[in-house]
Design a protein around this ligand. Structure first.
Ligand code: SAH
Ligand code: SF4
Length: 351
């Protein structure tokens, strides 16, 4: 017999929680007390909610999960990067990364178990999509990082496992709770959502009008080039992707970042460079070059001097560009690599 996992209390809507509290004979103000424990106090255990009656704490523990993630493995890099392989109540695993830089503590969070997009270089998509994360599971990764740090993180990047814009129904309420003053209180301008270019998702994100930053994983400045790294099922025509990003920048007033995973011989030609610079100038976007972090056979990053020359030429062409050394590359911390190693059936062979 399989036991259904209990719902996360963070995924129980306010009306349902109010009805549940009424059934327990509890006054309505208990909902606010519970919320205060769950969000600003990062409480992970109902028994610690000391201003609630003991019977109510016990009933809550029977009905709901207070916290949904637990560390299966923690890998610390030499550069203040800590990667967590996190187990969910149903036994699935995801990853979060905590990156400490002076004055800027960032957590990189996952939005799905696996990923349906399945880009050729990415360990996260090897086994396809298992399931979406719930809003509670997304929020709990941030609480986990805050607890590990001992204080609140001040930067959130939605760049872990999964395609965030294919799980917007859960991501939007999760980020709202992460940013709310009576939630986790992270500044909305310090949130970046990264997408492989899901046009309807970019448009929806523009409509909901939150001041979150958008990062587009461009990878190649042409449709032909993108078709070699992003399979067709979730790939949109570049002209539509760029128009959606343009609209996002216009409506949100935020600058778009172009992420460009560099692969030798696939997207590092002079022609690629010229077209990339053109797109970046047109969108007034900054460019983040990410040397490919090896996840399997067949493809490799350009040599370091090739990446440096590409960067120099972009900058000389008036584009604001940086190289993101995959922090934690030495601990196998590229997207999805720890999970792929821990569950080879889901993540496929990893080199
Ligand atoms: N699905 C979203 C967000 C998660 S991936 C997206 O694709 O944007 C976040 C970033 O990590 C993407 O830009 C992706 O290209 C990059 N990435 C994934 N695996 C990588 C690898 N092995 N080497 C370098 N960059 C990688
Ligand atoms: Fe999914 Fe992003 Fe990995 Fe592509 S790069 S497979 S969209 S997580």
């Amino acid at each position: 017999m399989t036991v259904e996992p209990k719902p996360s209390i963070k995924d129980v809507g306010s009306e349902r929680l109010a009805a549940w509290l009424r059934e327990q004979g509890q006054p309505a103000f208990r909902a606010k007390q519970i919320r205060e424990w769950l969000y600003p106090k990062w409480c992970t255990d109902f028994t610690e909610m000391t201003n609630l009656p003991a019977t109510l704490r016990a009933e809550l523990a029977v009905a709901f999960e207070a916290f949904t993630v637990s560390a299966d493995e923690t890998v610390r890099g030499t550069d203040e990067t800590e990667k967590f392989l996190l187990a969910l109540p149903d036994g699935n695993r995801i990853e979060s990364v905590l990156i400490r830089a002076p004055g800027r503590e960032t957590v990189c969070i996952s939005t799905q178990v696996g990923c349906p997009v399945r880009c050729v270089f990415c360990a996260s998509g090897r086994g396809g999509l298992v399931r979406d994360l719930t809003a509670g599971e997304i929020v709990d990764q941030v609480i986990f990082a805050c607890r590990a740090l001992g204080h609140r993180v001040n930067n959130i990047v939605v760049m872990g496992i999964g395609e965030p814009l294919l799980n917007l129904g859960n991501l939007i309420p999760a980020l709202d709770a992460i940013c709310a003053a009576d939630g986790l209180g992270v500044g909305a301008r310090h949130v970046t959502v990264s997408t492989s270019g899901i046009v309807p998702g970019i448009r929806r994100l523009a409509e909901v009008a939150r001041p979150w930053n958008l990062a587009l994983s461009l990878h190649s400045p042409t449709d032909a080039g993108r078709s070699k790294v992003i399979p067709p099922r979730h790939r949109y025509p570049l002209v539509d992707v760029l128009a959606a990003c343009d609209e996002y920048a216009r409506l949100s007033g935020r600058m778009v970042t172009l992420e460009y995973t560099m692969i030798a011989g696939r997207n590092d030609s002079r022609d690629d460079l010229a077209r990339l610079a053109q797109i970046a100038r047109r969108l007034r976007a900054k460019v983040n070059l990410i040397p490919y972090n090896r996840t399997g056979e067949g493809i490799c990053a350009p040599p370091a001097e090739g990446v440096a020359a590409f960067l120099d030429e972009l900058c000389a062409g008036g584009v604001q560009a940086t190289v993101r050394r995959e922090k934690g590359a030495e601990i196998g911390a590229a997207c999805g690599q720890l999970r792929a190693r821990a569950c080879p059936a889901d993540g496929g062979a990893v080199g």
